[in-house]
Design a protein. Structure first.
Length: 194
């Protein structure tokens, strides 16, 4: 295991903890996350085998830390609109992930998994729109469902871009990949919808 991962993971974990305090705290913490990961990667570059690519390695470390932190903070920030809003967000993302994994893991084409994920989100969106969950009414449920259908499929390719080749183990990133693109946009969408 790479010892340089620990500071990046800790820095990424600080972002959802800051989201528990409020969105302004996330804004204040993100520059610190960038500086900590960037400084740590550049300071340890001379002792790493591929220190000729120190700047690229530091940039990847910062990108992964910030992306994971923002993805993990999305449900926490959604809780600021009410606990039901956070539950709705988690239900929709879990429905997408379940459909994508169940169908996509055994398929021979790349599109079957995301299509099944979108179908699962459509079913979950209908179920959520029928049950009144304040502050998420039927319109908000459908709007969040459409947003999830559009942005959740973009997360896994974005995760692949962040970690590079498939040879690099990135199990931690695969748990949150559906929220990589959707997560940072979700609080703004909730503010506009709810």
């Amino acid at each position: 295991s790479d010892p340089r991962r620990l500071p990046a993971v800790i820095a990424a974990a600080v972002v959802p903890l800051a989201a528990g305090v409020g969105p302004d705290t996330v804004t204040a913490v993100l520059p610190a996350v960038v500086l900590v990961v960037l400084g740590q990667r550049l300071c340890t570059a001379s002792v790493q085998p591929a220190h000729g690519r120190a700047a690229a390695d530091a940039a990847v470390g910062v990108a992964v830390s910030v992306a994971l932190g923002l993805a993990a903070s999305a449900p926490v920030l959604a809780h600021g609109f009410g606990s039901q809003a956070a539950v709705v967000v988690l239900i929709l993302v879990c429905a997408y992930d379940a459909g994508d994994f169940l169908v996509g893991s055994g398929s021979t084409t790349w599109w079957e998994g995301p299509a099944a994920g979108v179908a699962a989100v459509a079913v979950a969106t209908f179920a959520i729109s029928v049950v009144p969950l304040e502050p998420v009414d039927a319109f908000a449920a459908y709007a969040l469902g459409v947003l999830t259908c559009l942005l959740a499929p973009l997360g896994p390719p974005a995760a692949s871009l962040l970690v590079g080749s498939g040879r690099r183990p990135a199990r931690f990133l695969r748990r949150l990949d559906s929220l990589l693109i959707l997560g940072p946009i979700l609080p703004y969408a909730l503010a506009a919808i709810v």
